[in-house]
Design a protein around this ligand. Structure first.
Ligand SMILES: Cc1cc2nc3c(=O)[nH]c(=O)nc-3n(C[C@H](O)[C@H](O)[C@H](O)COP(=O)(O)OP(=O)(O)OC[C@H]3O[C@@H](n4cnc5c(N)ncnc54)[C@H](O)[C@@H]3O)c2cc1C
Length: 362
């Protein structure tokens, strides 16, 4: 695959960069620290998505029929790169834009696409992902949330866990078990659920840090119309896998580009501090609470890690071209926490600086 940008793509980047300079909100780490509640943050982020949408920058690779721009995955990558460069926040409807929407484009009926896709772009339908359960994490096909068919609707009972964004989402992609007698991957059904329906409860899941980044979902005789099944009854595994492939593709690419930008900034900071003589030669000590001392060595070779990450972004793009239903590449973990902490995206760690990580600039 040729990664050289065409003159149109270079122009797209320049226009976007100019637009972000004139209209971008600035450093999300700083803004976030001023917005004290989850609700205030959500409101800010939804406004931000709407502003970008009005300017034509949301849903770049989606078909124009549904309000997208019909661009390639390279424009999407440029978009993420410029957003990271501007330190702008990620869009609040990340699940809708990068996962649920693409899965609907692949599997949904025309009626479902018309009902949801334009509203995902405009942030009127904000999605969360109801997949994981207390006894179904890595082994996702073990989900036990039960959906039973009654005439024109299904009755759903059960629980989900680790649900990001559910505190401000209004729609949920929900994986349920409809046939307990079938082999586990073959008895699942995928629903679109209006979270305002009676019997749908969202509870914040408070972490040790005091933050509630995730939620739990409870379903108590929740009724969902049969027309909200995506794909077919007991055919939910295929739709879930498409969703997860997109999670590993565009969703992970966005995070990776933020990380790459963050690593570059960290190195600049480390060099500047070394020049100023206020750090031990060749290193910058960054306070990170709870980081075990044995991890310090792992984080030393930052320049060496930056390169594989660049290769990894390329692998994502190539995979996406070869597997348009979702890229296969999985991003390496590692420096994410450090970069997010230093950028101020992870305030719980910033608040309690009681250990150190060394970054070498050699
Ligand atoms: C930041 C974040 C956001 C998330 N948001 C959402 C969300 O919005 N919606 C949602 O549905 N889920 C979400 N999840 C959940 C996530 O996608 C996984 O489903 C979940 O983290 C894995 O399940 P678990 O925590 O029960 O771990 P387990 O599945 O219990 O795994 C625990 C450990 O055991 C290992 N392991 C498991 N099975 C095997 C095996 N067979 N062989 C060897 N090792 C094994 C795993 O690798 C892991 O190290 C989120 C997770 C994170 C970290």
């Amino acid at each position: 695959m040729d990664f050289k940008l065409s003159p149109e793509q270079e122009r797209f980047r320049a226009d976007l960069r100019r637009w972000l300079e004139a209209n971008g909100p600035g450093d999300w780490g700083r803004i976030r620290s001023r917005l004290k509640t989850r609700e205030a943050q959500a409101e800010f982020l939804i406004d931000w998505q709407r502003k970008l949408h009005a300017a034509g920058y949301v849903g770049l690779p989606w078909p124009t029929t549904y309000g997208g721009r019909g661009a390639t995955v390279l424009e999407q990558a440029i978009f993420y790169e410029e957003m990271a460069r501007a330190r702008a926040p990620e869009l609040p409807n990340a699940i809708g834009l990068d996962m649920a929407g693409p899965a609907l484009i692949a599997h949904a009926t025309e009626k479902q696409k018309q009902a949801h896709l334009p509203k995902i772009l405009s942030a009127d339908h904000i999605f969360c992902q109801g997949f994981s359960e207390p006894n179904a994490g890595s082994d996702l096909a073990a989900v036990q949330t039960r959906a039973e068919r009654k005439n024109g609707y299904y009755v759903i009972n059960g629980q989900k866990v680790w649900t990001s964004y559910a505190h401000y989402a209004n729609w949920c992609i929900l994986l349920t078990r409809t046939d307990p007698a079938a082999p586990k991957h073959k008895g699942l059904t995928f629903f679109l659920v209006d979270m305002a329906s009676p019997g749908f409860t969202v509870k914040p899941l408070r972490q040790m840090s005091g933050d509630a980044e995730f939620n739990e979902l409870y379903f108590d005789n929740l009724e969902v119309p049969a027309e909200n099944v995506v794909g077919r009854e007991n055919g939910g595994w295929a739709v879930a896998i498409t969703t997860l492939m997109f999670e590993r593709g565009p969703r992970a690419l966005s995070r990776q580009l933020i990380l790459r930008q963050g690593i570059a900034e960290l190195l600049e900071l480390a060099k500047a501090r070394r020049r100023a003589g206020d750090a031990a030669p060749g290193s910058l000590r960054v306070p990170v609470a709870g980081e075990p001392a044995r991890d310090r060595g792992r984080l030393v070779a930052v320049p060496g890690l930056a390169l594989p990450r660049r290769h990894h972004s390329r692998r994502h793009l190539r995979d996406h071209e070869e597997h348009p239903r979702g890229a296969r590449a999985r991003p390496p973990q590692g420096l994410t926490r450090l970069v997010l902490t230093v950028r101020g995206y992870w305030p719980s760690f910033r608040r309690a600086p009681n250990s150190n990580v060394s970054i070498s600039t050699r």
